[in-house]
Write a new protein. Structure first.
Length: 165
């Protein structure tokens, strides 16, 4: 059976969205387990809430965008505060993928310091750098990881307008 694109009209027939909380509730009986008034969705492995409508699975934040605007997002839906479980309307924005990628809030697991933007050097010092327009901008060498991290955050705020940390 071919997939039919979910419309805002159909979405509003089956779900109620609460913009302040970001929650969605069933308006109809969905499948055999869901009843009107029950909260819709379940968390995926990464914690984002997914909802199945008419046999198709959707992320709740994308449904919130469709419900509020009447159209699917043009780009990526970004959670401004970085909390992927907070699908409140004030926390969502439609941004290009490049800006969405600038919003990392924690260091990768491979980080030697555990702090975003701070790398340990063999001599015991720490350095920080930031990329902008595909070029690495060196921010300096620091006595401790916290100073390197703070320099990185300051540079990100200055150079990347979409950065929200």
């Amino acid at each position: 059976m071919p997939k039919v694109e979910l419309t805002a009209q159909r979405l509003r027939e089956v779900l109620r969205y609460e913009p302040e909380s970001g929650q969605m509730f069933w308006l109809i009986r969905a499948a055999h387990r869901r009843h009107p008034g029950e909260e819709a969705g379940s968390p995926s492995k990464d914690g984002r809430i997914r909802i199945r409508i008419d046999g198709q699975l959707f992320y709740r934040y994308r449904l919130a965008w469709l419900w509020m605007t009447g159209k699917w997002p043009d780009k990526c839906v970004d959670h401004i505060n970085g909390d992927h479980t907070d699908d409140s309307w004030k926390n969502l924005r439609d941004v290009p993928q490049a800006i969405n990628c600038q919003n990392y809030r924690k260091a990768p697991k491979s980080s030697s310091t555990g702090l975003l933007g701070a790398q340990a050097l063999p001599n015991g010092r720490f350095e920080s750098s930031v990329k902008t327009l595909y070029k690495r901008r060196y921010l300096g060498s620091f006595d401790n990881a916290q100073d390197a991290h703070e320099a990185y955050i300051a540079a990100k705020r200055e150079l990347h307008p979409g950065f929200t940390l």
